[in-house]
Design a protein around this ligand. Sequence first.
Ligand code: ADP
Ligand code: MG
Length: 251
Amino acid sequence: MSLELLAMKNVVCRYQGHEALSDVTFSVTAGDYLGIVGPNGSGKSTLIRAALGLLPPDAGQVLLFGVEAASFRQWRRLGYLPQSMRQLNPAFPATVEEVVRLGLLPHKRFPRRVGGRRDTPAVERALEALGIAGIRRKLIGELSGGQQQRALLARAIVGRPELLILDEPTTALDPETRERFYTLLEELHREGGTTIILVTHDTGSIGSMASRLIYVDRKIIFDGTLDDFCHSAEMTAFFGEASQHLICHRH
Ligand code: ADP
Ligand code: MG
């Protein structure tokens, strides 16, 4: 039996009457590597926030790990990189290492304290994986956008989540770090069994990594494997045949 980690059924989300998502239905099964693409303003971040229970839908149902209105117990199984965390307050008084440690907070029992000795190997692994061990003592606000992004990514993966949700994670990264980061995601997916939902504009890379693609534009316009994507006449109409094949990485 396949395990559904996330299911959205007929979800509608509105902002002041403006419908950002209309009748969205899809599910994510354990082991998926799902790419979500779509134009700017098409509702991708809204969909992610609704999936996480941060934005209650105006209609429809959201099940995260099989429950509605997920709480701490579910968040523990989740790593999330929001799109809007990019612009950090430069005075935010935490070092890189502390920010990464915070990613373990949902795993704690009360009283929740960060900085325990037992956390250290996981924190080390995450710092190394993102290549930021050397700057661990720097204040997060002193760093470049790309370095901040790496710290936030390390925080998202430090708890070895079952489900990792990333909303445009690579925009602030230089090409080399981006490649390293994608390699890391593939390892987490393949070896760690992590289920991944990746919202991205990086259509040049997504097809070589994801097992499934969703194209959203207020509704789900396409949901299928990369092979399906490649053969979809509707997607040819959206992208043109040449781009469609560049995206699919198959033919
Ligand atoms: P995407 O992530 O695909 O760029 P978003 O989900 O951020 O799209 O936005 C979808 C639509 O909803 C856009 O028209 C956007 O302007 C609008 N929107 C997003 N967040 C808010 C908000 N907090 N208040 C009002 N409108 C919003
Ligand atoms: Mg967005």
